[in-house]
Design a protein around this ligand. Structure first.
Ligand code: SAH
Length: 220
C-alpha cells in the first residue's frame, strides 16, 4: 500500500515543503534553515494543524491569515537580512513570519492592531524561547518612531500605496518589502534605499494579502 500525504510524519511533510520552496526559488540557506526549524503547526489553529506543512495560507483568529510558507520564504529572502540587522515587521498576525525573521536578524520589532493576536503571538515567542522579538499593540502604519531608523522593514498586510511613513523610518541604505495595492491582488514591492534619500523600486511578484488598516482594532 502506498502512503498518502495524510499518513506522513511531520518531518516528512516539512522536508517536502522545503523542497517545494527550493524549487520555486527560495534558496537562501539561512532562510530555509529558519523555516526548517520553526514548527508552523504551533501557529495554526487546532482545526488546521494537519495542514500546517501545506504550502498555503490558512485562517487564524480575528479573520486574519497566516501567510503561505512560499511567500514567507520569498519575502524574507527578498529583504536580504543580515545577522546584525534590526528589523521592523508590520502585522504580527500568528507570529510565524516574526519567528522566521528572528532567526535571521539581530532584533525584530513587530506591531499588530489586534490585541488577541498580539497576546497569542507573545505566548508563542516565549514558549519557543525567542529572546530577540519586541512586540507592540498599535497601528503599524505609523511605524515605530521611537525605535527608528531600521535596517529592514517588512509589511505583511497590503498597503494601498507607497508606505511613506515607513520608508521615512528606514536607514539610508535600508530595504523595505511590502505588498502594495488596493485590490484583492497586490504587487509585492522591494524599496532599496540609494543612500541619498531616494529608493530603487522593484515589483517582485503578485500576492494576496489582507489590507493594512488604519488604527487599532476595536474588537478583541
Ligand atoms: N505575517 C503574518 C501575516 C498576518 S496577516 C503571519 O505570518 O501570520 C496580516 C496582519 O496584519 C493581520 O494580523 C492584521 O491584523 C495586521 N494588520 C493590518 N493592518 C495593521 C496595522 N495598521 N497595524 C498593525 N497590524 C496590522
Amino acid at each position: 500500500m502506498t502512503k498518502t500525504a495524510d499518513h506522513d510524519s511531520a518531518e516528512t511533510r516539512l522536508a517536502r515543503l522545503i523542497l517545494a520552496l527550493r524549487s520555486q526559488g527560495v534558496v537562501d540557506a539561512a532562510v530555509l534553515n529558519a523555516i526548517e526549524t520553526t514548527p508552523r503547526q504551533a501557529f495554526t489553529p487546532d482545526l488546521f494543524k494537519e495542514r500546517a506543512f501545506e504550502d498555503s495560507a490558512l485562517p487564524i483568529a480575528c479573520g486574519q491569515t497566516i501567510s503561505q510558507p512560499f511567500i514567507v520564504g520569498l519575502m524574507t529572502q527578498a529583504l536580504k537580512v543580515d545577522k546584525r540587522d534590526r528589523v521592523l515587521e508590520i502585522g504580527t498576525g500568528s507570529g510565524y513570519q516574526t519567528t522566521i525573521l528572528s532567526k535571521v536578524a539581530r532584533l525584530v520589532y513587530t506591531v499588530e492592531r489586534y490585541r488577541t493576536l498580539m497576546r497569542d503571538a507573545e505566548v508563542l515567542f516565549k514558549a519557543l524561547g525567542l529572546t530577540n522579538v519586541i512586540t507592540r499593540f498599535g497601528d503599524g502604519g505609523e511605524g515605530w518612531a521611537k525605535q527608528a531608523p531600521f535596517d529592514r522593514i517588512m509589511v505583511t498586510a497590503a498597503a494601498p500605496d507607497e508606505p511613506k511613513a515607513l520608508l521615512a523610518q528606514l536607514k539610508p541604505n535600508g530595504i523595505l518589502v511590502a505588498p502594495i495595492g488596493k485590490g484583492p491582488v497586490q504587487s509585492l514591492k522591494r524599496y532599496t534605499g540609494d543612500g541619498k534619500g531616494g529608493f530603487e523600486v522593484e515589483a517582485l511578484t503578485d500576492v494576496r494579502f489582507v489590507p493594512l488598516l488604519d488604527g487599532v482594532a476595536k474588537e478583541l
